[in-house]
Design a protein around this ligand. Structure first.
Ligand code: MF3
Ligand code: CO
Length: 258
């Protein structure tokens, strides 16, 4: 069921979203060659604790996963596209890292992700990251009242395909509210003019992720969580939680102005 949020509820999701933005900023600032992914998870835990927020990721146990999720962020390096579990891996110069974070504050959830190079970017990574960010911006721009869900999917897919990247439809965007994953599912490619009509009060996590090698295949790592590219090429991911309002889309996980 797709839920419509009131203006006050959207404000509450925005408060959670600001915590998510702070986590992503802190993790990005801490990410450097030699730093472990677990250390980044620790940085995220500190931000949550200081904000009086909890993590919707920690102990999350959907039907597709064999074990509950053991951390507060996902850290996906290189051929890991999504849901990488922060472990003892030490970041290296040139790694492409995606950090995905959530926060629950006063019962409302925010969800966002960012991808960046650690140290000196490897060949092709800046273009892959920029395309993912451009697709996120295009998807958000399409989240207007009167449009359709397929407009968001089509806008994302067009950016990825025209750059020659692979796009899996297995995991995509989703509704957000009191829980992290609500209806509707938002595939990262599709047909404009189709699907759910977009109305004010929809709160959506839009999350394009593209595969550099150009093929769409993925597989689940033995850890039961990490989604990897089938061709072992790199993937990048970008995500914001947004609200559809009468004035157009509003980003609820935007970095704080400073
Ligand atoms: N943004 C990710 C998603 O919607 C967050 C996953 S959290 C995890 O899939 F706990 F499932 F890892
Ligand atoms: Co999400």
């Amino acid at each position: 069921m797709v839920e419509i949020k009131t203006a006050r509820e959207i404000d509450a999701i925005g408060a959670a979203g600001r915590v998510v933005a702070d986590i992503l900023a802190a993790a990005r600032a801490a990410a450097a060659p030699g730093v472990t992914l677990k250390e980044l998870d620790g940085v995220a835990r500190d931000v949550l604790a200081r904000a009086g927020a909890t993590s919707p990721f920690l102990n999350y146990h959907p039907a597709f996963a064999p074990v509950p999720y053991p951390a507060v962020i996902c850290t996906s390096v290189n051929d890991a596209a999504l849901h990488g579990i922060p472990g003892d891996y030490r970041l290296r110069d040139g790694d492409l890292l995606s950090v995905d974070a959530g926060a629950t504050l006063d019962g409302w959830v925010g969800d966002a992700a960012v991808s960046f190079s650690v140290g000196t970017p490897a060949d092709g990574d800046p273009e892959l990251i920029s395309a993912t960010e451009a697709a996120l911006a295009a998807g958000i721009a399409a989240a207007r009242p009167g449009g359709r869900l397929g407009d968001i999917s089509a806008a994302i897919g067009q950016v990825g395909r025209s750059a020659g990247y692979g796009i899996s439809t297995d995991l995509g965007g989703h509704g957000v509210g009191r829980t992290m994953h609500e209806d509707p599912h938002i595939p990262n490619r599709g047909k404009a003019g189709r699907g759910l009509r977009l109305v004010p009060g929809l709160v959506l996590a839009i999350e394009p992720w593209f595969i550099a090698g150009g093929r769409d295949g993925i597989y689940l790592d033995e850890d039961g969580w990490t989604i990897r590219t089938a061709d072992a090429s790199r993937a990048a991911h970008a995500e914001h939680t947004i609200a559809v309002t009468g004035d157009g889309p509003v980003i609820l996980t935007a970095p704080r102005q400073r």
